[in-house]
Design a binder for this molecule. Structure first.
Ligand SMILES: [Zn+2]
Length: 362
């Protein structure tokens, strides 16, 4: 549950526990039941408000949680730009010798948000996100519950801004709470309609592969029948023959591998150091130069010039972004939020993706 971390003044303004005088002098009332509050700035316990003349009630804790949601909506509302993660949908089909998968993944950009509902109750959309492909997506907020997951076949696009429950230290002031949302909050796609047919073409690839597998099995099946095998025996034999054939294909001398033109990640010297599945942040600044922020396997967070180092790179960014490390050929980021604020303020475009190949398109 959420302890009461904020109260409302007689003038109706919200005050966080670290922003008021101690005790009854705080001058705050409960946002749920309007009873007077006392500010408890303890040495041992976490700071919180208590009701002056009555016991704590679960309803008032729910009220505190709603306040947190509202703060989250306000935070999103005040952002200059919403940065969305790529949308990813995995398609699966059961083959005779195991499951086969295809992945549809694409990046959408938020054009604008309409119908903001700053006081949306739980389960109500907080706004409608308009994407550059023209589709509309309902936007929700979820603070402190389980990270939501993808649901296929909704009738309408859905995205959730998810944030784990702030620790009490982060609920002392409004600024700290916003900082928590900025660091810990993330958009999670629940469903996006397949406007551009990416899922449809992944599904077609899946069908093609499935039929190819079946096609390879069919002649084996006929030979099994010709040999007069019993059904369960023929299945066993077919499976072995299929795997043997596959193995022979793998061992056959392969044609010289042709690197598809778009596979260029190996050109980037730090590509091998990137933490698997982590997010890459890309900025092209108004001055023309481009930078990429990435997390390394050793947990260092870096910003490197993109796609290659240019003379003077180590003097291009200020200390608020990071410190240049000549051996890494990148800036080591000290404070993520400060770095992002500085870069976003000077960016002509910004993108994020988990696939380094995509960065060559920007
Ligand atoms: Zn109350």
């Amino acid at each position: 549950m959420t302890e009461l971390f904020a109260g409302v003044t007689a003038e109706g303004e919200t005050r966080f526990i670290g922003e008021v005088a101690r005790g009854a002098a705080c001058g705050c009332f409960c946002p749920s039941c309007n009873s007077p509050l006392v500010a408890k700035h303890g040495e041992v316990n976490e700071w919180h408000f208590g009701h002056l003349a009555m016991q704590e009630r679960p309803e008032c804790e729910v009220g505190a949680h709603n306040l947190l949601r509202r703060l989250g909506v306000q935070y999103l509302h005040d952002l200059p730009q919403l940065i969305l993660p790529p949308y990813r949908q995995v398609l699966t089909r059961q083959g005779r010798f195991g499951q086969i998968h295809e992945v549809a993944e694409w990046q959408s950009e938020a054009v604008k948000v309409t119908d903001w509902n700053l006081a949306a109750a739980r389960g109500q959309p907080i706004g409608v996100l308009k994407l550059q492909d023209g589709s509309n997506v309902d936007m929700f907020i979820d603070i402190g519950n389980q990270r939501p997951s993808h649901q296929s076949h909704l009738s309408h696009g859905k995205i959730v801004f998810y944030c784990p429950l702030p620790d009490p230290e982060s609920l002392r002031t409004q600024d700290k709470a916003r900082e928590w949302l900025r660091y810990q909050g993330e958009f999670v796609w629940i469903y996006q309609p397949d406007v551009n047919g990416h899922v449809a073409s992944a599904n077609q690839r899946l069908i093609d592969r499935f039929q190819q597998m079946e096609g390879a099995l069919h002649p084996l099946e006929i030979r099994a029948v010709e040999r007069g095998m019993k059904l369960h025996h023929s299945r066993q034999w077919m499976g072995d023959a299929y795997l043997e054939r596959k193995q022979a294909q793998l061992e056959a001398p392969a044609a010289p591998a042709v690197q598809p033109a778009q596979q260029r990640g190996h050109e980037i010297p730090w590509a091998g150091q990137v933490k698997p599945m982590s997010m890459l942040f890309f900025w092209r600044l108004k001055s023309g130069e481009a930078w990429v922020m990435y997390d390394r396997i050793d947990h260092l967070r870096c910003i490197a010039p993109w796609p290659e180092t240019v003379e003077g790179w180590d003097e291009a960014l200020p200390e608020t972004v990071g410190f240049p490390d000549l051996t890494l050929a990148a800036y080591k980021v000290k404070d993520l939020a400060n770095a992002m604020i500085w870069m976003n303020a000077r960016a002509a475009t910004s993108r994020n993706t988990s696939n380094i190949e995509e960065l060559f398109r920007y």
